[in-house]
Design a protein around this ligand. Sequence first.
Ligand SMILES: C[S@@+](CC[C@H](N)C(=O)[O-])C[C@H]1O[C@@H](n2cnc3c(N)ncnc32)[C@H](O)[C@@H]1O
Length: 217
Amino acid sequence: MNDFKYNTFTLSKKKKRRHESRKRSKTIEEIVSFVKEKSNILLKSKFYIELKEGIKYQFLPPHRPNIVDIVAYGIGSIQDSNISQYQFALLLIFKNIFQITGRIYAFDPKLTQIDIEALNYFEVELIKTNEKAKRSIINQTLFFMPHCPLGLYNNLIKSNWDINKLENIIIFGNRLKFYEEIMTKATLDRKAPHLIIVIQQQIHRPITRIMMIIKKT
Ligand SMILES: C[S@@+](CC[C@H](N)C(=O)[O-])C[C@H]1O[C@@H](n2cnc3c(N)ncnc32)[C@H](O)[C@@H]1O
């Protein structure tokens, strides 16, 4: 997370409007085909082989119990973003890797109507309210949270602040140590008091590199 940068550029207002309308004109069929295309690219990549191996030896039985549900926050708009299409494709791949027996749920305030249709198409259930990641788990749950705001990670951990619950959660997201590297302890204490305890106790296994690979594709 700390050794890559978002590419920023400025568009004129006219170009921006044209850009927006081009983005918006995508149909559900196009979105579905974009996601399938990204999925094929990922499945053929070295990244996928490494990811699958890493997951197999850390996060699948007999190393830990089966994941039941996946909850995805902060993927962004699949309609508008190439990166979101990759991340959504990876989310669907996770369904197979983890052989989940429950459901996939998703929420991002940026989801458009077409995004919601895409969720339906791929049998991902839309979370209808902005729960700000304050979901208390009832099953073994994987939270798919690529590059989410710091507060969401903290809310999730706070809402499951019980060792029996924390043990049943996997968070696929930013490398948590990164926050310790870029923020003072006082800021972290104020903004993410629960997250900092998890960081300090080192009860996380960083996998941000994976998201960085997705960013670059
Ligand atoms: C930095 S962007 C990351 C987007 C995308 N995952 C990526 O890697 O490019 C953070 C995302 O978190 C989403 N977000 C903000 N608040 C949220 C909330 N309460 N629940 C779910 N997602 C949220 C934003 O809409 C945005 O899409």
